[in-house]
Design a protein around this ligand. Structure first.
Ligand SMILES: *[C@@H]1O[C@H](CO)[C@@H](O)[C@H](O)[C@H]1NC(C)=O
Length: 313
């Protein structure tokens, strides 16, 4: 009996040690950890000699994630390519796609980014460009914080007769934000739903000046969840609860609102507007010309018939 207990204890102890070896990083599937619990060291590879430690209990910073992804692309490692209305007149979108960012030691974006080129621009705390592109002397005096984001999601079709209850949806959104993305549910300011477009609009806003929550990291994890595949080691897909049915999400658009207005000028837009104006003017001129010629033809025919009538008389 005594021997059995000892054996059981030994097996238990062995299991314990097996379990306490660190190997996986919960919040980043490309990272493996070394050592034994609770003293695990988890390092993310950003470059050949650039492997900072990260805390795998928290979401990894977007700057590190983007840099790691660019490194993996250069190394030819598997990274799959990815694919509203504005919540605020100053809201900006990430239309530039991924670049190789410069990060601070703690994972924050440097305010100025150049993607290893001579062309540089200023970004917000979510790494999204908020200035025009300039040369490498461009002045980005500080990193401007994103304090509000709007997520526009689309869900797949429901089974017939099922309907989404907005209250259930809102609770489910808050749970998801809190449990999966570590964002306080109190920061969800509004959840709107459009059943026809199967559209879910989520506004998340923190106090200006709050520096604990990083909305950029949260939005990046969510974008990857919906567009590519989860960054988490556990690959379970994101679902929301619509009341009578779970909702599979398939599209996401993110708007970023910063504590200061972006300084992007409307250059590209102006080009578009000029093109539209030119087309409109051309159509109007052609229309007037057509009218003019039709009228003249009619008048000619009229005067000819008049002449014929006169000569007949
Ligand atoms: C950054 O550079 C990479 C490769 O050099 C390129 O594929 C990517 O489009 C660039 N991104 C931006 C935002 O300029």
């Amino acid at each position: 009996m005594k021997g059995f207990i000892l054996l059981a204890l030994a097996v238990f102890a062995a299991l314990q040690t097996v379990e306490s070896v660190c190997n996986q990083c919960r919040t980043m599937k490309w990272v493996s950890c070394e050592g034994n619990e609770p003293a695990c060291t988890c390092k993310i590879t950003l470059g050949d000699n650039d492997r900072p430690s990260i805390n795998c209990d928290k979401l990894v910073s977007k700057c590190f994630l983007m840099k790691a992804e660019m490194y993996r692309r250069r190394m030819g490692q598997d990274v799959r390519q990815s694919i509203g209305g504005k919540p605020h007149e100053d809201a900006i979108m990430d239309n530039d796609g991924i670049y190789d960012p410069d990060c601070e030691g703690d994972g924050k974006f440097r305010a100025k980014q150049c993607n290893n080129t001579e062309e540089c621009w200023c970004v917000n705390s979510a790494g999204v460009r908020r200035s025009d592109k300039g040369d490498k002397n461009i002045n980005c005096s500080k990193l401007v914080e994103t304090y509000m984001i709007r997520l526009e999601l689309t869900h797949k079709e429901l089974d017939s007769n099922n309907k989404v209850t907005v209250q259930a949806l809102e609770n489910s959104v808050k749970d998801l934000l809190q449990t999966r993305y570590q964002v306080d549910r109190a920061l969800v300011k509004q959840v709107q739903y459009d059943p026809d477009g199967r559209y879910i609009v989520i506004d998340i806003e923190k106090e200006k000046g709050e520096r604990l929550t990083n909305l950029g990291n949260m939005a990046y994890y969510m974008e990857k969840d919906l567009k590519v595949s989860p960054l988490f080691t556990n690959q379970t897909k994101v679902q929301l609860n619509g009341g009578s049915q779970k909702l599979d999400l398939n599209k996401i658009v993110v708007y970023y609102v910063d504590e200061e207005r972006p300084t992007i000028t409307m250059q590209h837009l102006t080009g578009g507007i000029i093109a539209v104006i030119v087309v409109v003017v051309l159509v109007v001129v052609l229309g007037l010309l057509a009218l003019f010629f039709i009228n003249r033809k009619r008048q000619q025919r009229y005067s000819k018939t008049q002449q014929r009538e006169l000569s007949n008389m």
